[in-house]
Design a protein around this ligand. Structure first.
Ligand SMILES: NC(=O)c1ccc[n+]([C@@H]2O[C@H](COP(=O)([O-])OP(=O)(O)OC[C@H]3O[C@@H](n4cnc5c(N)ncnc54)[C@H](OP(=O)(O)O)[C@@H]3O)[C@@H](O)[C@H]2O)c1
Length: 238
């Protein structure tokens, strides 16, 4: 059993990008942080359990292992996500299914498994990492935007189911954040986004991590079913 400080926090996909920054922030705050991850290395102080959010048995086994080491998960962040961008008429079933299975069903598997202990504890924080394109839309992102919009309905339904049990479920909707996911976009598309962002810059991973940490904090106990944009104003009004 790890030293009993802070809370038991689980972030999916903490090996890189936004998930890594979120995990680092919770570690710095003194929480016991774990991740379900597929590859790569992890930040110092993070308990890693290899797994895949597309697989229910894998998610369940990872939670069991984390519970053994850190105790019941009190804060869960569904961060793992993928893109398979393609124009609608060319998008394959496989590209659609993979993105929905990872981004939407993956978050469902993680939230469902986390809810068991949270209901028992009558307390918990569920944060789902969506995207500005959930409500803004994105060309070539029919699969991705549908998966991210689905997270809004998911968080709001969880709020209606479990809001009376001290559990909050919120969505963080990052805009254009400087990570491998956005670096993979064509330069022309990156510049078009930059021109549309009122803040005049791309976001940093820590901009997103800060919002997640706030939603997981005691100060955010009365915020649930919310969609918190972290996008420099890109998605305003959506
Ligand atoms: N970057 C942005 O501008 C932006 C904007 C809006 C929303 N988001 C969302 O923020 C989240 C993190 O994005 P990012 O930019 O940090 O992306 P990233 O650098 O591509 O990282 C994605 C993470 O998800 C993990 N992952 C993917 N499929 C998985 C699976 N089946 N099981 C377990 N882990 C899996 C990846 O693991 P591997 O390393 O093993 O592939 C990686 O750790 C995603 O949900 C993304 O949609 C990002």
């Amino acid at each position: 059993m790890a030293e009993n400080v802070g809370r038991s926090v689980l972030v999916t996909g903490a090996n890189r990008g936004i998930g890594r920054a979120i995990a680092e922030r919770f570690v710095a705050a003194g929480d016991r942080v774990a991740t379900i991850y597929r590859s790569g290395d992890l930040p110092a102080g993070v308990l890693g359990v290899v797994g895949d959010v597309r697989d229910t048995a894998s998610v369940d086994a990872a939670f069991t292992r984390v519970e053994e080491e850190h105790g019941p998960v009190e804060v869960v962040v569904a961060n793992a996500g993928v893109t398979r961008d393609q124009l609608l008429m060319r998008m394959s079933d496989e590209d659609f299914d993979t993105v929905l299975d990872t981004n939407l069903a993956g978050a469902f598997r993680v939230a469902r498994r986390a809810s068991k202990a949270m209901i028992r504890a009558r307390s918990g924080r569920i944060v789902l990492i969506s995207s500005v394109v959930a409500l803004y839309g994105g060309p070539g992102q029919v699969n991705y935007s549908a998966s991210k919009a689905g997270l809004v309905g998911m968080a709001r339904s969880i709020t209606r189911e479990l809001g009376g049990r001290g559990i909050t479920a919120n969505v963080v909707a990052p805009g254009f954040i400087d990570t491998a996911m956005t670096q993979a976009l064509p330069e022309k598309q990156q510049q078009a986004y930059l021109g549309a962002i009122p803040a005049g810059r791309f976001g940093q991973v820590d901009d997103v991590a800060a919002a997640v940490q706030f939603l997981a904090s005691p100060e955010a106990a009365y915020i649930s079913g919310a969609v918190i944009p972290v996008d420099g104003g890109l998605g305003m009004g959506h």
